[in-house]
Design a protein around this ligand. Structure first.
Ligand code: XLS
Ligand code: CA
Ligand code: CA
Length: 447
């Protein structure tokens, strides 16, 4: 046992003072037609939880995550042991990984592929024994110096080829993870374009680079379908960091890109809260843009810090944010193949194994509260805009008369001009009642 000090974490309710108990997340409780577990679909990010040691630009690790292993492969397996014990103790059903979270990077591609095969088989054994699934995998195309100018967007075709080889291997692993006879399921594959961008346009052929990023994505889809991996592909937008400008800037940009290159049938978006903040948007804005385009695939659930301008990947705790998130998820009809992946890491001084659990308990409870509140707000019915039909008071003018003529394409600029001449000055469009609405949210939440 790697975490002997942590018991099985169970729901004990809001009165509990047990640090290793959920106060709000009650996995089997049915709320709005589904269990909380099925609504929330929590996932553990292998990288932060099992490999990140609390390093920052100014300091080395504050916690040892080798979990008793000494050789690289022993450490890799010890991390898998730790991860499965961790997920089982919290009742987490999914995990996400990069290829290079699973093993230490090897000197040659052959050696790396061999080691990945060994660890993937080891992890698959644990998946089969526990029923824990992989939500999505991704390829680390940022760390190695060869990717300093990007992977799909590199100026070097040889580097592009190497990126393709690494993506192929991750897809092989994803395929293995999702196979299980009757228990086979549909996983996913994420492209996060960390270095797919530029530092200066003086040395950058942006058009070629973007075309090539799309080419790499097409090649990945073609290969996946060929080997029988029918999973969902995702782009994870992020505007900057590590590059000054990244091509998948935000949801709207990524959707435009997917449509331009004919990738929108195979891809949806993986929206990360902290990346929304970096793009100058709210988390909710990005979720809404994705959902309104039928592109809301999965979520990287974390938070940034308004006082820090970078990607801090903190555990989400702000219940207004989680409420807005879960409202958008409910509005979109829930997750399909995606879920809520905690792409979050403990703060550097939170350097014990127990802190790893506290981070997850914090965020699992925060999203459970968000779900409970979102359902209450939904059921209350006083706020929220679903469609013109669903919100007659504010958008009712679109359901008949001139509004319907516009929506059904019957109006022309001339007919609208005639209408405007006849009607005279239109009435003011009505108060947005924002302060009233915000108080209703508080009433429903805390009342
Ligand atoms: C980094 C990203 C990354 C992706 C997966 O900012 O969040 O961790 O989620 O490559
Ligand atoms: Ca992420
Ligand atoms: Ca992040």
């Amino acid at each position: 046992m790697i975490f002997p000090n942590v018991p099985q974490v169970k729901y004990e309710g809001p009165e509990s003072r047990n640090p290793f108990a959920f106060k709000f997340y009650d996995p089997d409780k049915v709320i709005s037609g589904k269990t909380m577990r099925a609504h929330l679909k929590f996932a553990m990010a292998w990288w932060h939880n099992l490999t990140a040691g609390g390093t920052d630009m100014f300091g080395r690790a504050t916690i040892d995550k080798s979990f008793g292993g000494t050789t690289p492969m022993e450490i890799a397996k010890a991390r898998a042991d730790a991860g499965f014990e961790f997920m089982r103790k919290l009742g987490i059903d999914y995990f996400c990984f990069h290829d290079l979270d699973l093993i230490a990077e090897a000197d040659t591609l052959e050696a790396q592929n061999r080691q990945l095969d060994e660890i993937a088989a080891y992890i698959k054994g644990k998946m089969d024994a526990t029923g824990i699934k992989c939500l999505w995998g991704t390829t680390n195309l940022t760390n190695n110096p060869r990717f300093m100018n990007g992977a799909g967007s590199s100026n070097s075709a040889d580097v592009f080829a190497r990126a393709a080889a690494n993506v192929k291997k991750t897809l092989d692993i994803m395929y293995l993870f999702t196979q299980g006879g009757e228990n086979s399921y549909t996983g996913g594959f994420v492209f996060w374009g960390g270095r797919e961008g530029y530092e200066t346009l003086w040395n950058t052929d942006m058009a070629l680079e973007r075309d090539n990023v799309a080419r790499l994505m097409h090649l990945a889809v073609d290969y996946a379908r060929k080997i029988g991996f029918n999973g969902q592909f995702y782009i994870e937008p992020k505007p900057k960091e590590p590059m000054k400008h990244q091509y998948d800037y935000d949801a709207e940009t990524a959707i435009g890109f997917l449509r331009k290159y004919g990738l929108d049938g195979d891809f949806k978006l993986n929206i990360e809260a902290n990346h929304a903040t970096l793009a100058g948007h709210t988390f909710r804005h990005e979720l809404r843009v994705a959902a309104d385009n039928n592109m809301l695939g999965s979520i990287d659930a974390n938070t940034g810090d308004p006082h820090l301008g970078w990607d801090t990947d903190e555990f989400a705790y702000n219940v207004y944010d989680t409420t807005e998130c879960m409202y958008e998820v409910l509005r979109a009809g829930g997750f399909g193949w995606g879920g809520l992946n905690f792409d979050a890491k403990n703060r550097r001084p939170s350097n014990t194994y127990e802190d790893m659990f506290h981070g997850f308990i914090l965020s699992m409870d925060a999203f459970a509260l968000g779900l409970i509140n979102a359902v209450k707000i939904w059921d209350d019915g006083r706020v929220g805009v679903l469609s013109p039909e669903g919100h007659a008071e504010r958008y009712g003018s679109w359901n008949s008369g001139i509004g319907l003529a516009i929506r059904s394409g019957k109006a022309t600029l001339e007919s609208l001009s005639d209408y405007a001449l006849k009607q005279g000055e239109p009435q003011l469009p009505g108060s947005g009642r924002q302060e009233y609405i915000q108080n209703v949210i508080n009433q429903v939440t805390f009342g």
